[in-house]
Design a protein around this ligand. Sequence first.
Ligand SMILES: [Mg+2]
Length: 345
Amino acid sequence: VPTLREVGELEAIRRLTAAWGEPAAARDTDPAGVRIGPGDDAAVLCPSPGCDLVATTDAFVENRHYLAEWFTPRELGARLAAACVSDIAAMGARPRWALHSLGVRPDHDVDALVELQRGIEVFVAGDGAVIVGGNIVAAGGLEWMSLTLLGEAGAGRAWTRSGARPGDWVAVTGWPGRAGAGLRLARSSGDEARRPGWQPLLDAWIRPQSRVSLARSLAATDAVHAAIDVSDGFAGDLMHLCKASGVGAELEAESLADPLLETAARTLGTSAEHLVFGPSDDYELVLAVDPAGREACEQVARDARIRLTFVGRFSGERAELVRRTPDGARQAFVMGGWDHFSAER
Ligand SMILES: [Mg+2]
């Protein structure tokens, strides 16, 4: 297997860009909105008329953001893409152009790099986006990879974190907490975690799905007042949204009961609720939904076959997160940093 050192930088770049076809021929029109693609000093892009440009970037560092032995190179590329695509989805936008940078050791297998890039390419292509450039450098220590993603939203139409109003529904897509549980099981149980029953948790962690198409259909209902994606954990990200909007939230904790997380919690020696609300990069969406638009949003989610759970309401009590138990009692959630989470009262 040839390494980066053996083939050299130029040949590595040639292999990485081979899949992109003939470079640099200036075009008047291109369905992907690319006038000049990879191969020149910079890409030249053609944003759609009447659209705002939406930009995000993310980076993974070896050992810190991924456990290499749990990911194929292609899955790793896809997961980096998923992290950026999720930010674009949380703006109600669609991704269009990606740029990625790699810092890799000279002994890195070149075919694995091509696979990694293929993972990014295929994931962003699912929402119609293309890679328009990149950069590769030699790293002495830990390897890292970074992706910048540009997208578009109708002028002035992008969702933000700051539009939630008291009385809006708090809604969340998918099964929050599963990605974090998958990661914890992989860390604590090693190969034990590969048993079939845990597969949905490992999938949530290793292979998160794009929510762009759902987000755009939800945006078309005009019912979404604010949004954020779950990259830290459901409660933590909901709190970011609450603070940005100047509101609080009252949740019915039982609405997110997840039988799989109940079982995982026993293995991990924690509570299912901690898994649901605590640290977990699920790349799901948390939404503030206008009460009048709830049914329309439910219909959109049913059509997309994606779980959308209405877990409570935003309140006027600024930055206060409260859970309501089945017997009607109100308990405050208290949270500190990313990995500190506890319930009080
Ligand atoms: Mg985000």
